[in-house]
Design a protein around this ligand. Sequence first.
Ligand SMILES: [Zn+2]
Length: 381
Amino acid sequence: MPTPTLFDDLATLVAFPTVSDRPVTELVAFVAHRLEALGFTVERFASPSPGKCNLVASIGPRGTDGLVLSGHMDVVPVDGQPWTSDPFVLTARGDRLVGRGTSDMKGFLAAVLHALEGFAPSDYTRELVLVWTHDEEVGCVGAGHLADTWDTAGRPLPTACLIGEPTDFRVLRMHPGHVAVHVDVTGRAAHSSRPQLGDNAILTAARVIAVVDALATDLRARRRDDLPMADPWVPLVVARVHGGTAINIVPDACRVDLGYRPLPGMDATAVFAELQERLDAALGDDRAKVHAHLGTVTPALLTPPHTPLAALLRPDAVDGVEVAPFATDGGHLARMGTAPLVFGPGSIDVAHQADEYVDAHALAATVPIVRRLVHARCVAG
Ligand SMILES: [Zn+2]
């Protein structure tokens, strides 16, 4: 069978509708088959959710400091978007290759598959590891599971790590994270004709929200002007409130959902800890009615400048900002001992949109870039 073209590979990946609420296992099976034929050892790391797993494929001497190529296999939904062709059928329109995930980020994954066809198993003198994750789009969940269970000491990864998110070939080395916090407030139900017999959970939640709002104001004052960001502080937002069941019942429960974005270099859970302390101080005896807990934690990314990978990328990199406005798996990959950089074909501006596309020339240009990186890190010398 002839080697599939880059277009064929991208078309195949796009055709797996790996929206985050769907399984990713069929795509993993296709990729595993391809990589095993190239001599890779493929491992599947199952996640708690059914039909979900991360793929780790490696070749070359274990534990040597070669290269990690990482990407997520899931895509965002297409529901309600005005697509002009089937989002899961790759369609060429002039220079544009249109389909869900072409930019974010199956284009990069296809380019990697295609680039690796150029190497034989005996070429590798240092380890090349592919870390391909699930459910990045819903809070870097797959990478989080992988990092939680990864044996960093027993199974060291190469430090050089490229995440091929669509950056239009800018090299990004930092981004904020995202942390979800859920606050459950309990009260006591009563008929609204005798509210004095109840304990209104929404009123207690209102006090919680006031504490959150004061913290948000203080966080905004703690500017980090040393970071090259437009808004260098931690935004903290009350995003959702749910409480009460009927107009004539004193509510016995209220849920408040918050989100904040830790800055690069920040401990992801520090703001949560500060919120807990402030709730202790503000609520007195009512504190017992309030249970705050962490939801999905996506750590920020802060990779130092001037890493060997940054130097290798320089000839192909477009100059520009070093901060990604979006979170990636990079924070979790850093927990696994790597120093990730984010760099890839396509634009975040068209990701998640109807008629998402990657420029065919940019995609084609990615193949020799990947080959050059693999050669420099894992083959030469
Ligand atoms: Zn992405």
